[in-house]
Structures are given as structure tokens and as C-alpha cells.
Design a protein around this ligand. Structure first.
Ligand SMILES: Nc1nc2c(ncn2[C@@H]2O[C@H](COP(=O)(O)OP(=O)(O)OP(=O)(O)O)[C@@H](O)[C@H]2O)c(=O)[nH]1
Ligand SMILES: [Mg+2]
Length: 403
């Protein structure tokens, strides 16, 4: 969820997890052994079911399959089961669906895939998942293509279906290869929930900050971190965004140079994993406000990443922005690209307003920048970090009275 950049922290708890995008961009990347280390994570993603990722999806899938099986059993009083399970599963909007036989039929797995559904459902209930074999991959692929599952997937926003689902589903055969070695993309797409605080150090390659370099040389030797041949050293603290992770953040807040707050703007119609009836965007709004108001951030720079733009641009043409309470006053103006831009600008403005409302007049000079990002896009992330880097350098020069 969030990242903190610091020049001189002494925090020692460093997890073994790393931020893959940063490692790929600013460190050595992954060698083959490291990539192979990701296989089990990716298989858990690409395969089924459970704790956090595709994992979530397949947990949802399991519930869907359970539901489907319940519907199919002739003795179970299917209408009651359908409405109870669906209500539990799909929240308010689905009540309508549960009431109508024709609609609920859409969610019934076809007869020929029923057995596969049962098999996968069984695996989904296990604590550990088997290696993704060719046979299993075939089963998942078949089930994935079943119209009932596709209908369910279309309502993924209600079911905690991870964003990477489609990617892994499209790559099942490759993933199940005996000699499979994850690609960079696989690693970036894999959902690995951050727990604790993960520190990563990196330096900006010199060519990235050329424009600032001359100024820097003349003015200040060490604007952000220690100087190294390749550039300035950043210490980045990646923190988990889920609710139970947040109490760990507070220990990090002192002495931070900049907060990079990542808000997933595509999640305006989704609910929290950890709290089923709480809209994710509303949660982000409150969280951002809370972070902005922390006394220790009075002078801290804020970099707001409006992330998951790739999903946002597709979604916004199908799901109205005012699905989220915060965006209730949104009025679409057009179609296609223009509409996407309009919707994006609207969201951006909401965050800007929030920033200024939450920033006392005497603090308005702290740096606040908003960036449109797609974290999977390496070029864009690199470019964004370059901009962040430049901003922080300028800020340091300014503070040192050199600009
Ligand atoms: N399509 C798309 N997927 C993204 C983007 N950013 C992240 N993801 C995917 O979203 C999932 C979660 O990404 P993370 O970076 O782990 O999210 P996080 O905010 O660090 O989550 P926590 O560690 O729980 O706080 C992964 O499957 C990523 O591949 C994006 O810009 N576009
Ligand atoms: Mg994370």
C-alpha cells in the first residue's frame, strides 16, 4: 500500500520479501535461482484458491462451486440455498439475482464440468496446494472457460477476485510446464501480500537524474542519501496496506523524507478483503486523510500514486464512477478516451481537495505531487521514480537555501 523513503533510518526489521518492481528496476534484478524461488508463489497465484491471491479468487471460486453444487443437489431446497448463499456471497446487488430463476441459472456450472468443480473445490479447501501439474492446469482452464465461472468472474468486484486472475488463467499451460521458470512479468503479477515492514535500498542510475546533476554538484553533495557511484541511495520501506498491518507503520514515521502513497483508483467499486462491506476507495480516502494528518509528517513530502490506471481505464467505461459514495457527484461527459480522461481528472481532483482540506494553511508548502501509475509497467515506474527523485532533490536544494 505505501512506501516511505528515508535517508537515515535505523530500522532493523527487514523481511526477506522484496519489492519486485524496485529490485528489477534499480537493483540487480532476479537471477534464475531467485526467479525459481517464486514458483510456489506463482503457482499458488496461478492455481487456486486460498489465502491471498488467485488464491482469493479460487477461494471465491470454491464458494461459487459449493454454491453451484448446492443448487444442483435435488434435495436441498435450492431456492433457499441460493438466496442464502448468494446473499452471503454477493451482497445486496445479488438479492435480485437470487430471486430470479433465470438469472441464477447463469451461475450454474455446466454438467460436464461439475466433476472438475468438485475436484478443485476439494483442493481449494486444503491448507497447502499441490504443484500445478499439466492435468490440474487443464482442469482449471476448463473450469475457467465455463460460462458460469465467467459470469461469476464478471462480478469479481464483489468476490475479492484478484486483479491478476486473468493473466494467470491465460498462462496456465506455461506455468504448469515442468521446466517452468517465472518471467519478470509473472513475478510482477504475482500477489504477495506485504507483512511487516520490508526495507529495500536502491540507488537511482546516474543517467536518470542527469538534468539535476549539474545543479546538484554545485550545490549539495548528498541530497537524499549517501552518494554512490551510481546515484543517490534511497532507503525505501514498503508497508502492508491491510488493516492489521497498519499498527506497524507508526514506528517508521519519524525522519521520513517522503511518503509515497499508492491508491488503487480502479478499486472504486470493490470492497475490502478484510471487511466485506467496506468500499475500498472510501477506506483509501480515510487512510490518506489520516496519514496526511500525522504530526510527524508536517514537513514531509507526499507523492500520491494513482495506481492501477490500466484497470481503471477499462473499468470506468463499464462501471460508473459514482458506484463509490465519494464520487456520487460524478457526471460522465463523453465516451472512450475522453471519458477516461475526464473520470481520471475527477478522481485526481477529489484527492487534491482532500489534501488541501487536510493540510493546515501553515503546512501548504510541503511537497505534494500526484502521479498516474500502472505499477506493472516498468518504463512508467522508472519514469515516475525519476520524477520523484528530481522533486526530492529540488526540495533539498530549496531547503538548503540553494535554489
Ligand atoms: N493490472 C495491474 N495490477 C497491479 C497494479 N499494481 C499492482 N497490481 C497487482 O495487484 C496485486 C497486488 O499488488 P501489490 O503491489 O502486492 O499490492 P500492495 O498494495 O503492496 O498490497 P499489500 O502488500 O497487501 O499492502 C498484484 O497481483 C499486482 O500484480 C497495476 O498498476 N495494474
Ligand atoms: Mg505490498
Amino acid at each position: 500500500m505505501g512506501l516511505l523513503c528515508s535517508r537515515n533510518r535505523h530500522y532493523t526489521q527487514a523481511d526477506t520479501e522484496e519489492n519486485a518492481q524496485i529490485k528489477l528496476l534499480f537493483q540487480t534484478g532476479f537471477d534464475e535461482a531467485e526467479l525459481k524461488g517464486y514458483i510456489s508463489v506463482i503457482h499458488a497465484n496461478g492455481f487456486v484458491v486460498n489465502k491471498f491471491s488467485l488464491v482469493n479468487y479460487l477461494a471465491s471460486l470454491k464458494r461459487v462451486v459449493d454454491l453451484i453444487l448446492a443448487i444442483m443437489r435435488p434435495d436441498c431446497g435450492s431456492c433457499t440455498v441460493v438466496s442464502n448463499v448468494l446473499e452471503q456471497l454477493l451482497h445486496d446487488g445479488s438479492k435480485e439475482l437470487a430471486q430470479s430463476d433465470t438469472d441464477s441459472a447463469k451461475y450454474v456450472l455446466s454438467n460436464e464440468n461439475k466433476e472438475i468443480g468438485e475436484r478443485l473445490s476439494d483442493i481449494g479447501g486444503r491448507f497447502e496446494y499441490p504443484r500445478l501439474t499439466k492435468e490440474l492446469a487443464q482442469d482449471i482452464e476448463t473450469l475457467w472457460k465455463d460460462p458460469a465461472i465467467q459470469e461469476t468472474y464478471a462480478r469479481g468486484n464483489e468476490l475479492q477476485v484478484p486483479d491478476c486472475t486473468n493473466y494467470f488463467m491465460e498462462n496456465l499451460q506455461r506455468l504448469s510446464d515442468l521446466n517452468y521458470v517465472p518471467t519478470k512479468e509473472d513475478v510482477l503479477y504475482a500477489r504477495v501480500r506485504t507483512t511487516g515492514v520490508v526495507e529495500i535500498q536502491f540507488s537511482m542510475p546516474a543517467e536518470l537524474f542527469e538534468p539535476c546533476r549539474a545543479q546538484l554538484k554545485n550545490a549539495c553533495n548528498n541530497p537524499v542519501g549517501e552518494s554512490k557511484k551510481s546515484g543517490e541511495v534511497y532507503r525505501l520501506f514498503d508497508v502492508g496496506g491491510q488493516k492489521n498491518e497498519r499498527r506497524k507503520w507508526i514506528h517508521l514515521f519519524e525522519g521520513v523524507t517522503a511518503v509515497i502513497f499508492c491508491a488503487a483508483i480502479s478499486e472504486y467499486d470493490q470492497t475490502l478483503f478484510e471487511e466485506d462491506n467496506r468500499n475500498r476507495m472510501m477506506e483509501t480516502k480515510e487512510l490518506f486523510e489520516w496519514v496526511l494528518n500525522q504530526p510527524c509528517f508536517e514537513k514531509t513530502s507526499f507523492m500520491l500514486f494513482l495506481n492501477k490506471f490500466d484497470i481503471f481505464e477499462k473499468k470506468v467505461l463499464k462501471v460508473p464512477l459514482n458506484a463509490c459514495e465519494w464520487f456520487k457527484d460524478y457526471q460522465p461527459v463523453s465516451t472512450g478516451k475522453q471519458e477516461i480522461e475526464h473520470a481520471y481528472e475527477f478522481v485526481k481532483k477529489k484527492f487534491e481537495e482532500l489534501y488541501f482540506q487536510s493540510t493546515a494553511p501553515d503546512r501548504v508548502d510541503r511537497v505534494f505531487k500526484i502521479y498516474r501509475t500502472t505499477a506493472l509497467d516498468q518504463k512508467l515506474v522508472k519514469k515516475t521514480f525519476k520524477l520523484v527523485d528530481e522533486t526530492l532533490r529540488r526540495r533539498n536544494l530549496f531547503e538548503a537555501g540553494l535554489l
